[in-house]
Design a protein around this ligand. Structure first.
Ligand code: AMP
Ligand code: MN
Ligand code: MN
Length: 317
């Protein structure tokens, strides 16, 4: 169990440390990266010694984020001393990859918005209503008392933009829009963020055409799924947005993307209209939100598909 902190207590935990490691989750997305970089700058302005890390490759999509070049990846045998480890936008410690083992810090703080949070850190700031961890970060930085400059604003806006599906998903609250509006006032250009996020290399669209050929329906059209076999998988091609294709098909209740990143390791993304897919993700050792969740199944693609579809169909009846 973690100590649940208020924003002020979270700010105090950060202020009492000098050397701080900020950790984004594996399969890093715009929310974890933008939130981490926004906090990094705020803490640097307070004179802190900050390291930002993720135990994974970072998609080229995010190269426009100011400060992204600061990300380091620790080797498994590396040991880093710090006063505080902050794990950002990760509901369970396995999402931190090797970082928890590499960083030797007396305390761990987790800042998160997932309903599936497992309370693994000493201190926890959890707001499951926040559309994105970026929303929490915006408020936290204000409590820390640092000015949000345009670079930080770009990072935080990208965090929001990512997790609420460019302000389209049901998690988009009036507060989300108010924070986004304030970030625009600080100089964010919405078209520049959306172009950075949406303009893709040709290789991405070429992969998409192949992936769409795998589109399959199940449960009388209530389930639609696409698959990336291990042969098709290319770590340099960002596939995060592909799931929106099965998601926006008439009659589809749950959309799934299976991605065989290794022969016996399949990553699963789920999006639903109403069904709580976070419960299914948790049952497979993953997590997420009610309508957007994921897990990793240690099995080859066909076996992972079979197991997950069965679990899902049991819920749909
Ligand atoms: P994704 O489908 O990867 O965009 O993830 C959707 C949501 O599920 C995000 O909030 C992720 O943080 C969460 N999620 C995805 N995969 C996992 C996993 N293996 N373990 C825990 N949470 C996950
Ligand atoms: Mn995330
Ligand atoms: Mn998030």
């Amino acid at each position: 169990m973690s100590k649940h902190c208020s924003l002020q207590e979270t700010a105090d935990v950060l202020k009492s440390a000098k050397k701080i490691v900020l950790c984004s989750h594996v399969s890093p997305d715009g929310d974890t990266l933008g939130s981490t970089l926004g906090l990094m700058k705020a803490l640097q302005k307070l004179g802190k010694d900050v390291i930002v890390t993720a135990d994974d490759d970072i998609s080229k999509v995010y190269k426009f984020l100011p400060g992204i070049e600061n990300f380091v990846r620790f080797r498994d045998e590396e040991r880093i001393d710090a006063d505080l480890l902050v794990v950002i936008d990760a509901s369970s410690l396995d999402r931190a990859g090797n970082v928890a083992q590499c960083v030797k810090a007396p305390k761990m703080l987790n800042i998160d918005h997932h309903i599936s949070n497992t309370e693994y850190a000493d201190y926890l700031y959890l707001d499951t209503v926040a559309a994105a961890t970026g929303e929490i970060m915006y408020e936290l930085i204000k409590v820390l008392g640092t000015e949000i400059d345009v670079e930080m604003a770009i990072c935080l806006y990208t965090a929001l933009y990512t997790d609420c599906g460019s302000f389209k998903y049901s998690n988009t609250m009036p507060k989300t829009m108010r924070i986004a509006a304030e970030l625009l006032e600080l100089g964010v250009k919405p078209n520049e963020i959306s172009d950075s996020m949406e303009i893709k290399p040709r290789s991405n669209i070429e992969m998409l055409t192949r992936v769409l050929e795998t589109l399959t329906f199940d449960a009388d059209g209530k389930i639609a799924y696409i698959s990336i076999s291990n042969e098709m998988y290319d770590k340099d091609v960002d596939t995060d947005t592909f799931i929106s294709y099965p998601r926006y098909i008439e009659g589809v209740e749950v959309a799934i993307m299976f991605k065989a990143v290794e022969n016996a390791l399949t990553r699963v993304s789920m999006r639903s209209r109403n069904l709580d897919v976070s419960g299914i993700a948790i049952a497979f050792g993953g997590g997420g939100h009610l309508r957007a969740a994921g897990c990793t199944i240690m099995a080859a693609l066909p076996e992972a598909q079979k197991q997950l579809l069965q679990a899902l169909k049991d819920q749909l009846v």
